[in-house]
Design a protein around this ligand. Structure first.
Ligand SMILES: NC(=O)C1=CN([C@@H]2O[C@H](COP(=O)(O)OP(=O)(O)OC[C@H]3O[C@@H](n4cnc5c(N)ncnc54)[C@H](OP(=O)(O)O)[C@@H]3O)[C@@H](O)[C@H]2O)C=CC1
Ligand SMILES: Cc1cn([C@H]2C[C@H](O)[C@@H](COP(=O)(O)OP(=O)(O)O[C@H]3O[C@@H](C)C(=O)[C@@H](O)[C@H]3O)O2)c(=O)[nH]c1=O
Length: 293
């Protein structure tokens, strides 16, 4: 990926919120690899439900705040929308207003689930937010509050995150395809998987290259959850029979969008093409093979 002469002085010192989440860990590894100057903010010292802890961590001198925190339990948000809204909505507004006050740039993550999934071509960054579920509504509110705060920001929408660590679809399916002779996986939801390591690296490149406003970053290509599982099964050499099913045959509390492919052209214009999801999947599975986690 073309990365112009890095001038990290413009973006440091950084504050990394939630370095122990799935994406937060990828950011931590990336910042360590570059030897960048950063502090971290995590529970219990930093809690988005306690506004005073936001003020205590976002202090004068911090140039960039990378927010990897969120309520990510999509089904749980259906019955706890107010709690999810505090974390993904109102607290994000507070973060953004604090960034404005200390003149820091806020890098924030959002989701394909802010869209209704009724499109048939990739969602552009400027298409209207119209979430189908509670999680999507809370993430849409967070985006809006950032935009209203007037802070300098980079909102990165992404989708279907996976990593060699944490709780995610690839790790779940790696286990299930090893354990089960057959598996049924929904084949009528189409989107773009995203490796967290790729996302962190590409986010840093976008930040460095002046990306501000809303951008989309995912792996390249697209697939259904079933096709994703079939490829995990194939790359791992497992012999599970992965069969397609419909969303109706796999009922869940939260509705998911049928089509949530994000248009990548604006990010690709600044930082180059996104690697294909099968290529990124291979790297992550290789790393999982060499790990005891
Ligand atoms: N996972 C996915 O598939 C996708 C995720 N995204 C977005 O990407 C971002 C990163 O997601 P991901 O890495 O999967 O998230 P994780 O669920 O792995 O991590 C979320 C982090 O948020 C922290 N957190 C939750 N509540 C609070 C709180 N009240 N105060 C402080 N910290 C809190 C958690 O802390 P603790 O470690 O203490 O639990 C955890 O470290 C999020 O914005 C998410 O919405 C977008 C698209 C897809
Ligand atoms: C385990 C399993 C899942 N599935 C389906 C259900 C669901 O439609 C799909 C994916 O399941 P998950 O629970 O991993 O998906 P989900 O929690 O909806 O993942 C989402 O998380 C949030 C945080 C985001 O922002 C989104 O981009 C997206 O990544 O796989 C099967 O069909 N068969 C199975 O055996």
């Amino acid at each position: 990926m073309p990365m112009n002469q890095p001038d990290f002085q413009k973006i440091t010192p950084l504050l990394l919120i939630s370095p122990n989440g799935m994406l937060g860990r990828a950011w931590r590894e990336l910042l360590d690899a570059h030897g960048l100057d950063y502090e971290t903010a995590a529970r219990p010292d930093f809690d988005l439900n306690q506004p005073e802890t936001i003020e205590a961590h976002l202090v004068d001198g911090v140039r960039t705040v990378i927010n990897c925190s969120a309520w990510t339990d999509v089904d749980g948000a259906e019955t706890h929308e107010a709690d999810a809204m505090l974390v993904n909505g109102e607290a994000v507004g507070q973060l953004a207003r604090r960034c404005q006050a200390i003149n820091a740039t806020l890098v924030h993550y959002s989701t394909d689930y802010v869209f209704n999934g009724r499109a048939e071509t990739p969602y552009r960054t400027d298409q209207p937010r119209d979430p189908l579920n509670a999680y999507g509504r809370t993430k849409a509110r967070g985006e809006l509050l950032i935009e209203q705060s007037g802070c300098e920001h980079l909102i990165i929408r992404t989708s279907w995150l996976y990593a060699p660590w944490g709780s995610n679809f690839v790790r779940t399916m790696a286990r299930l395809t090893a354990e089960k002779p057959t598996l049924r996986v929904v084949d009528d939801q189409r989107g773009r998987p995203t490796s967290c390591e790729h996302l962190a690296t590409t986010s840093l490149a976008l930040l460095q290259n002046g990306g501000r406003g809303v951008y989309h970053i995912t792996d390249g290509g697209e697939c259904t959850w079933c096709e994703f599982t079939q490829e995990i099964n194939r790359q791992l050499g497992h012999s599970c029979d992965v069969q397609p099913c419909t969303t109706d045959e796999f009922p869940r509390p939260a509705k998911r969008p049928a089509y949530s492919v994000l248009d990548l052209s604006e990010a690709e214009h600044l930082v180059g093409p996104m690697p294909e999801w099968k290529v990124n999947l291979r790297s992550v599975l290789d790393r999982m093979a060499g790990s005891t986690e």
